[in-house]
Design a protein around this ligand. Sequence first.
Ligand code: ATP
Ligand code: MG
Length: 418
Amino acid sequence: MAALQPVRGTRDLLPEECLRHRHVRESAQRVAALYGYQEIATPIFEFSEVFVRTLGDTSDIVTKEMYTFTDRGGESVTLRPEGTAGVARAAISEGLVHALPVKLFYAGPMFRYERPQKGRMRQFHQVGVELLGVAEPLADVEVVAMAAQVLEALGVLAHITLELNTLGDGESRRAYREALVAYLGRYRDDLSEESRARLDRNPLRILDSKDEGDRRIVAGAPPIDRFLTPAAAGFFAAVCAGLATAGVAHRVSPRLVRGLDYYCHTAFEFTTQALGAQGTVLAGGRYDGLIEAMGGPAVPGVGWAMGIDRLAMLVGEPPAPDRPVAVIPIGTAAEVEALRLAQGLRRDGLPVDLGYRGSLKRRLARADKVNARAAVLLGEDELKRGIATVRDLDSGAQAQVPLAEVEAHLRRLVQGGP
Ligand code: ATP
Ligand code: MG
């Protein structure tokens, strides 16, 4: 039955995969806290307008990737394809824009109707950060340095390149756009249909085309740096200098643009060769016009989003969870005492796996399967004497321990003692 499969482009994250996701998310959140970021959680769906107005009506996301539907009240709503628009909407509707600067962290699922492949899903997961209210290049430096520190904390930075570019200010982009149209216009007939359609409406977007033929043409396009106003060039120089001071290595990629309309000045991507075609693990930039375009005050912003699913494939083994203790009653008479003991240990914060049924052998096999550190064996003989047999499952050593001392004994084992 088709309905018993997850929908194409979605998948179940089983416990092992959830551990990896959690490791990525929590590492990012720990680093973000070092920079003063606090968590925000916005709804998973918003009025469609929130995305259409901000992402740009020629962006890939808006033209073909959004999960949009009309709800029972007749409102057009969209499952969020990215996090920035919702955070910007919340910053306006919750009044955060009146107490600037504000530094926000988020994590959660995003939805895009894309062609599923390795590293590209229709439901995927991001963590992201947004710094609102700071127009200075130091904000860009800090946000990029924080991204590098997250990747370093995850142990993957060595395999990752930071590519950096500037999209300049409005005046720079107008001049660049003209030069780009002049250049790309010469290849109009060779461009993909999609890019041809964008030539008049949004030529910068063509630089981000994934079409092979387009990419060859784009490789010869003029880079933006010749068209920067002195102010925009100065801003970019300050960002590059700040990154050097912060010890963050980068490469300037003069044709890097971002897929969304709201970006200006700094644009960046952290990419790896290790994931095949889907090599971008983290991307972001500056979006000074976004909040005003949504109907809020003129508040500058800069931020990034990181693909948790892609990073989960890159990181090594996540830290193992605390190993449990197996409590194993032998014979029905011991079951009451076993439950009492297990509950006491759990209340005191020790993870316990309580054997439900089966022979001693089966229960010990179960203890092995859950990677238990120790087994507490309770048989009738033990019960009579008010003790338990505690077996160190790593060394095999056994000790007879008075019931009142079992917990202290287990703690020594769990904490790595003898
Ligand atoms: P791409 O060029 O790969 O389509 P994008 O520019 O659309 O990426 P962003 O909107 O910048 O991606 O999202 C930031 C990060 O989120 C990406 O670098 C990637 O790691 C992750 N990401 C984006 N789309 C997907 C997806 N469909 N499946 C898994 N991860 C994704
Ligand atoms: Mg995309």
